[in-house]
Design a protein around this ligand. Structure first.
Ligand code: GDP
Ligand code: ZN
Length: 459
């Protein structure tokens, strides 16, 4: 039982017309009732009801704010404790004043970052994977990332992990029986059984890890390199995409004059755009660093936007680049269609499929819709779009899934190497613990503290 009551501003500071203060704990309702003047008597109202009234300063008897106050009694609340949420419509100063009035009362203290979510976890309302999903929700960069996180809050990943652990525990029980009754002489049968069951679990782990690759794409954005010779319009394209699609994040630190990054959402697909310097051989040292950066950006890219100038014949550099790019996910952009055509279009059409060639004029803002369509169809040709999969996208979860898979493979190896069953059991148990760490069943206190400390205040 957690004794103290916590309070914090739960909405982003300085934004929006209203701010919400959240109070959670056994004293939440009496604490709020003391400073709330209203027709409703908070101590007697039903759970999940909203009340209009005023917050007063008990010392000065002054009215501080006009508020709407929501009472949610545990366990049917976010933290599973009694929760009061106070919606104020004033600016930061009056919100802060209301919070101060609450914090002045006995038994109430300011919440630490993530503490509301941590309480939901401690009180068994959500598991660790769900708590992390809440954090991802707060941070998610795109609609798709948001819906993945939402599914995890829903507990879909957790349910799958629990089912997997169920299979592992069954295997453990089976091994246990064999250890307890070795005279049954079922060593060989047990070895076979271990291999079979471990393989089954590995198969499912692989399935989850496969979605992890896709989840990563969606979470961080599809790394997209814009390449081409100088002056073809790469920067113009980047700016056009950023403007039309409202850049979500800009000014990534560590970028140089040659590669800048920009997060944009194109038709709901998050792209991390890299604008690379023109790819060409050069003697200039500074320029060469730029080119090397471009090449590494190129090798890291999930998607390449290869820009050509409609107004000029193909350059040798561009022919070389076409060779390099022929087996990569690439969209060839023939830019500057507003100018007279000098480019050998046929040569390009012979090298790249029709659907991956887009004609446009960035200057005249013509053809942007075709580019967006080409990007969507390349990535959501059924595979990603239709999948009702639970994406594993959290780096910690991915690492643990990989470790669990390794433990399972170790167990299989051990059966071939004549290792005693009670030693093999250790690998299986390790896998069970690693899976448990994902949902917080076997996670240590320090890990839990560390995860929750990453939350922002008020969540
Ligand atoms: P980068 O060197 O590849 O990044 O090319 P920039 O984006 O800096 O563009 C080079 C020049 O081409 C600039 O003067 C642009 O205004 C111009 N430009 C870009 N796109 C178009 C286009 O579609 N049509 C025309 N006529 N000019 C363009
Ligand atoms: Zn440029």
């Amino acid at each position: 039982m957690i004794e103290d009551t916590i309070a914090a501003i739960s909405t982003a500071v300085g934004e929006g017309g209203i701010a919400v203060i959240r109070v959670s704990g056994q004293d939440a309702v009496p604490t709020a009732a003391r400073i709330f003047r209203s027709k409703s008597n908070l101590m007697e109202v039903d759970s999940h009801t909203v009340h209009y009234g005023h917050i007063v300063d008990l010392k000065t008897k002054e009215t501080v704010e006009e508020v709407l106050l929501t009472v949610m009694r545990g366990p049917r609340s976010f933290t599973a404790e009694d929760v009061v949420e106070i919606s104020t419509h004033g600016g930061f100063i009056s919100v802060k004043k209301v919070l101060d009035l609450i914090l002045q009362q006995e038994g109430v203290r300011a919440a630490e970052p993530g503490e509301f979510t941590k309480r939901a976890f401690i009180n068994g309302r959500i598991d660790l994977a769900q708590a992390e999903a809440v954090m991802d929700l707060i941070r998610s960069k795109s609609d798709r990332a948001f819906s993945i996180a939402l599914k995890q809050v829903d507990g879909k990943l957790s349910r799958m992990i629990k089912a997997l652990r169920g299979q592992v525990i069954e295997l453990l029980a089976h091994i246990e029986v064999n250890i307890d009754y070795p005279e049954h002489d079922v060593e060989e049968m047990t070895s076979n059984y271990i291999r079979e069951q471990c393989s089954k679990v590995i198969e499912q782990l692989d399935g989850l890890l496969k979605t992890a690759d896709e989840g990563k794409i969606l979470r961080e954005g599809i790394t997209t390199a814009i390449v081409g010779r100088p002056n073809v319009g790469k920067s113009s394209l980047l700016n056009a995409l950023a403007q039309e699609n409202k850049a979500i994040v800009t000014d990534i630190p560590g970028t140089t004059r040659d590669v800048i990054e920009e997060f944009v959402s194109v038709g709901g697909i998050p792209l991390k755009l890299l604008d690379t310097a023109g790819i060409r051989e050069t003697e200039d040292v500074v320029e060469r660093i730029g080119v090397e950066r471009s090449r590494s950006a190129l090798s890291d890219a999930d998607l390449i936007l290869f820009v050509l100038n409609n107004h000029e014949p193909l350059h040798d550099d561009e022919r070389r680049l076409m060779d390099e790019l022929s087996h990569r996910p690439v969209i060839v952009i023939i830019n500057k269609t507003d100018l007279a055509g000098q480019l050998e279009i046929e040569e390009i059409e012979n090298r790249f499929p029709q659907e991956s060639i887009v004609r446009m004029s960035v200057l005249e803002e013509e053809g942007m819709d075709r580019l967006e369509a080409a990007i969507s169809s390349l990535f959501f040709s059924g595979k990603l779009e239709s999948a009702d999969l639970t994406y594993v996208s959290n780096a910690r979860h991915i690492a643990l899934l990989k470790q669990a898979k390794q433990s399972m493979m170790d167990a299989i190896d051990a059966t071939y190497n004549g290792i005693p069953i009670d030693i093999i059991q250790i690998d299986v148990r390790t896998a069970w613990e690693q899976l448990g760490e994902i949902i917080g069943d076997t996670a240590g206190d320090s890990l839990i503290d560390q995860i929750f400390s990453q939350f922002c205040l008020g969540k």
